[in-house]
Design a protein around this ligand. Structure first.
Ligand code: NAD
Length: 712
């Protein structure tokens, strides 16, 4: 329920925005504000109006994004009309910014005549992050209220700034450390003169009201400044159209009259709203929020208290996981089998923190706190009292068995026992304990202190409160938790396996690693698959393939990646992989050794190499992900298609402006995807292209993945 509560404080009317959790400006709230204004105008005793937000910490989070694309978004009063109404108010309107004012919330405040803010309040125009620009006058009013270069930086970056850092400026008339509503009422009292003065001064306010639109804006060397700004965002402009349109709009604020700037802003907003990029970014926004909604888990599901964490294995993952928890303020004990392995692992953690400290991205005090929060041990007794234990030892079921039997023996009752396994059967791991209901997969991604994805693997017996605790924990350590069922590789690595296999088979027919990487990086991937493999270590995939050869002899793979590993070319760590590397340099240099090896393999197979277009590379890459994604969805491994998109964007460098593989599939159209797949099925190793039943079914019905729900 949304409402704009109206209360009278003598000659001052207060309108309070109330729409939990962030007072988003839905139609109901906008109508309520307009009604409140009319009531205040009609009341002769009211001399000034204060607008503030209900609840602590938020004035207004902005437009109601769930209204985007619906008739409610444009229904009167829309946000622009509301801003005009505020600006034209005959009685002064004062925004009391009691907390965060973002997007439409800040635009609303800028249309008021005065603004009083809490010093700590975050103010920003983050629309660019959804591929948009501020569409209710933000691009025209902010440059008139703060220096235009500062305004441009806020609008193009979308990053908020604390109110205290924006004062003094015409944006904020007063900044207070506390009691913002009281300060606003006091400020408003100046417009409520004693009774005898009212008669001769009824229009006092109207004459002196400060309107952002009336302010002149000046910027020296404007042309050079905007040229520079355009140059700075040029590398991004191909995939992200919004920043350059933000620049166009702010330039108009500087060079053109207010109304002309408003007209341009409106036109640009309309173009961006229907752009593929903005649609994709908005999808990602909603998908990320939806991921934490899990059937059977609700706000009422109890969660276990997690204050201390034990981590078994001080290697690449154990160290990164320890940092993720320490960064979020939890106490961590890291355990390894030997003192030497422990010292090595903790040494890496320390060096990581030292490098952040040196770069000035960490204060000395915070550095010491984080280092102090991570202790080392070689004895299980030291982690027995932890609320959560996370295993991150070698990817070997027998090693996992020893660790889980030990954890089962020592950990306190109701401690959560988690595994960071990438591919092994979580149900078998849970079976090594007498408490499988306490076991869950917490699959972090390297580097675990940085990568935002956390796959939460729900075993057959994982208790609901363990799952609910894992979801809450993900938020606490600033990760995006996505629930996966149990299968080989879970959501992400299972799909990645299909994708890598397809890219490696392309080497046999005619492509080279550098061409494939280039094509996929141009599509928007952070890194192509061969550069990724060199970074992660080609031996990891080799070990997984060896297991696949044994468990699934029917599966088809190229021999090239195995031959690469037989040469000891494990990637950056051996200074040779799919590419060559110079000592101390991560630049990937195309390798003659690898090219010759690939040509030899094609000859051995009796294949005449053919030209492979970049377009074919992208189709094969994406459709292999999508086909496996369809299986993951149909089998219930992923709860919904959008969860798969979140996994790929938050964990695998998939471009956010493409919305994730399943969203992309819907954009291309499933019948088109299927048509290409049938063509690939006619070619070399076409048996890898058997379409997933769900894909065939949805394509036949001309539907997409987005709204598909598993029959219950
Ligand atoms: P790693 O080889 O870097 O580290 C493993 C650590 O475990 C070593 O320090 C080793 O001494 C220790 N260890 C081995 N047996 C032990 C035992 N019985 N008791 C205590 N400590 C023991 O490995 P990693 O890359 O950190 O991977 C660990 C786990 O995380 C694996 O299951 C792996 O599949 C998974 N994982 C790895 C990545 C990655 O990119 N490296 C990503 C996600 C998940």
């Amino acid at each position: 329920m949304a409402s704009a509560d109206y209360t009278s404080h003598g000659a001052i009317a207060v309108i309070t925005l109330d729409h939990a959790p962030v007072n988003a400006l839905c139609l109901e709230l906008r109508s309520g504000i307009a009604a409140g204004l009319e009531r205040a105008w009609a009341a002769p005793e009211v001399r000034a109006i204060v607008i503030t937000g209900a609840g602590a910490g938020t004035f207004c989070g902005g437009a109601d994004v769930s209204e985007f694309g619906s008739p409610q978004m444009t229904a009167a009063p829309d946000l622009r009309e509301l801003c005009t109404l505020l600006e034209r108010s005959p009685k002064p309107v004062i925004a009391a910014l009691n907390g965060t004012a973002l997007g439409g919330g800040l635009e609303l405040a800028m249309a008021c005549h005065y603004r009083i803010a809490l010093a700590s309040a975050s103010l920003g125009l983050p629309e660019v992050k959804l591929g948009l620009l501020p569409g209710a006058g933000g691009t025209q009013r902010l440059p008139r209220l703060i220096a235009p270069d500062r305004a441009l930086s806020m609008i193009v970056s979308g990053n908020p700034v604390a109110a205290r850092d924006l004062a003094p400026s015409a944006l904020l008339d007063l900044v207070v450390e506390e009691g913002v509503l009281g300060a606003a009422l006091e400020f408003a009292a100046r417009f409520a003169p004693a009774q005898d003065a009212i008669a001769k001064d009824t229009l006092h306010a109207r004459d002196t009201l400060k309107k952002a639109r009336d302010r002149t804006v000046s910027l020296q060397n404007a042309e050079a400044f905007f040229d520079f700004a355009r140059g700075a965002i040029a590398p991004l402009a191909r995939h992200y159209p919004a920043p350059s349109k933000c620049i166009d709009a702010v330039e108009a604020a500087v060079l053109k009259p207010f109304e002309e700037g408003m007209a341009l802003e409106r036109a640009l907003f309309g173009q961006l709203l229907i752009s593929d990029e903005s649609r994709a970014l908005r999808h990602v926004f909603f998908a990320t929020r939806a991921a934490s909604k899990v059937p059977g888990i609700s706000a009422e599901t109890p969660v276990r208290n997690i204050r201390s964490v034990g981590i078994v294995g001080a290697g690449t993952m154990g160290g990164g996981i320890a940092m993720a928890f320490a960064n979020a303020g939890l106490e961590v004990t890291v355990l390894d089998a030997t003192q030497a392995a422990l010292d090595k692992g903790l040494g890496v953690v320390r060096r990581n923190y030292e490098s952040t400290l040196k770069k000035g991205r960490l204060s000395q005090a915070e550095f010491e706190r984080r280092i102090g929060a991570i202790r080392g041990s070689v004895s299980y007794e030291d982690i027995a009292a932890a609320d959560l234990a996370i295993e991150a030892v070698f990817e070997d079921l027998e090693v996992k068995r020893t660790v889980f039997e030990r954890l089962d023996a020592v950990m306190k009752p109701r401690a959560i026992l988690a595994s960071n396994t990438s591919t092994l059967d979580l149900n078998r791991i849970a079976g090594f304990t007498r408490r499988p209901e306490d076991v869950v997969g917490l699959h972090f991604f390297s580097p675990a202190n940085v990568t935002r994805l956390l796959e939460i693997v729900r075993g057959a017996r994982t208790a609901p409160d363990v799952l609910a605790t894992s979801l809450a924990l993900a938020k606490q350590i600033k990760k995006i938790g996505v629930v996966s069922g149990v299968c080989d590789g879970f959501i992400g690595n299972r799909m990645l396996n299909a994708f890598f296999r397809e890219m490696q088979l392309l080497l046999d027919v005619g492509a080279l690693p550098q061409q494939i990487d280039r094509a996929l990086e141009a599509f928007g991937f952070a890194m192509g698959p061969f550069r990724v493999s060199d970074l992660a270590g080609n031996d990891i995939g080799w070990a997984i393939r060896k297991r696949h050869y044994a468990e699934h002899p029917e599966q088809v793979f190229s021999r090239v990646p195995d031959r690469l590993c037989e040469l000891g070319r494990f990637g950056q760590k051996t200074q040779a992989g799919w590419y060559d590397y110079k000592p101390g340099d991560r630049t990937a240099i195309p390798s003659d050794v690898v090219t010759n090896m690939i040509l030899e393999e094609s000859a051995r197979l009796g294949l005449t190499r053919r030209a492979v277009s970049d377009e074919e590379i992208v189709e094969r890459a994406l459709y292999s992900l999508i086909n496996e994604g369809a299986r993951v969805l149909e089998e219930g491994i992923a709860l919904r298609a959008s969860d798969i998109d979140v996994v790929y964007i938050a964990g695998y460098g998939f471009p956010d402006f493409r919305g994730g593989p399943m969203f992309y599939a819907d954009t291309v159209g499933l019948p088109n995807v299927l048509r290409s797949m049938r063509r690939f099925a006619q070619g070399y190793r076409g048996d890898t292209w058997a379409p997933a039943p769900l894909l065939t079914k949805l394509a036949a019905e001309n539907r997409g993945f987005a709204r598909w729900e598993r029959p219950s």
